[in-house]
Design a protein around this ligand. Structure first.
Ligand SMILES: O=P(O)(O)OC[C@H]1O[C@H](OP(=O)(O)OP(=O)(O)O)[C@H](O)[C@@H]1O
Ligand SMILES: O=c1cc[nH]c(=O)[nH]1
Ligand SMILES: [Mg+2]
Length: 209
């Protein structure tokens, strides 16, 4: 596995704004999408291209490059992952969306899966899994297990904030998966929240706090 901490100044600035205690739902939502968009730009840097012939504006035959193969599926983890989806799709508007639903039990911190609907030919696609928070890593590992059970082998994870504990957990169970994060924070508190973190990302995106 490789951990990519994307230290671009725009990302650092936007994550800093997201950490403000009294941020509005509107601002948090906008920023989650904006950072999701910038992470997508980084995570797709090395995807493969193939040549394609077109007729150009001047009526010449021209070779251009286009993304190779069955292309991409974006995998938002409900609920909070939906908060990054528009930002990701702004760069890859033709991507199929595979939705998984998991929540973290508040007592045990174990993931509970309640929904899945995957795009066709998922075994041939690059999957970009999106969730704002990688805390213990339980939710992400369960999602990666679900994808791999359907034959998906090419997977990247995009999160806004990661805890070292979660990164280590995903690294142990899924060493083939690359993680792209806007920030690697200090640690988890006793309730499994990332410190300094963002608080409850799902509540902030949906206005349910
Ligand atoms: O790494 P973990 O310890 O598993 O925690 C991370 C998960 O917790 C949050 O979801 P939550 O359970 O709050 O569900 P929600 O998105 O519906 O709010 C977050 O969006 C991740 O999915
Ligand atoms: O810090 C955390 C941990 C899990 N889920 C969140 O929304 N935030
Ligand atoms: Mg939540």
């Amino acid at each position: 596995m490789a951990l990519h901490i994307i230290n671009h100044p725009l990302i650092q600035h936007k994550v800093g704004l997201m950490r403000e205690a009294n941020i509005s739902t509107k601002s948090f939502r906008e920023l989650a999408n904006e950072v999701g968009n910038l992470l997508t730009y980084e995570a797709t840097k090395n995807i493969r291209l193939e040549p394609r012939e077109i007729k150009s504006w001047s009526n010449n035959t021209l070779q251009v490059q286009s993304i190779k193969g069955k292309k991409i599926t974006v995998v938002p983890i409900l609920r909070a992952g939906l908060g990054m989806l528009d930002g990701v799709l702004a760069l890859i508007p033709g991507a199929r969306v595979s939705v998984v639903g998991l929540y973290r039990d508040e007592e045990s911190l174990e993931p509970v899966a309640y929904f899945e609907k995957f795009a066709g030919s998922i075994d041939e696609r690059l999957a970009l899994v999106i969730d704002p928070m990688l805390a213990t890593g339980g939710t992400m590992n369960a999602t990666l297990d679900m994808l791999k059970a359907r034959g998906c082998t090419n997977i990247k994870v995009l999160v806004l904030v990661a805890a070292p504990e979660g990164v280590a957990n995903v690294e142990e169970k899924h060493p083939d998966v690359n993680i792209y994060t806007a920030a690697l924070d200090s640690h988890l508190n006793k309730n499994g929240y990332i410190i300094p973190g963002l608080g409850d990302a799902g509540d902030k995106i949906f206005g349910t706090r």
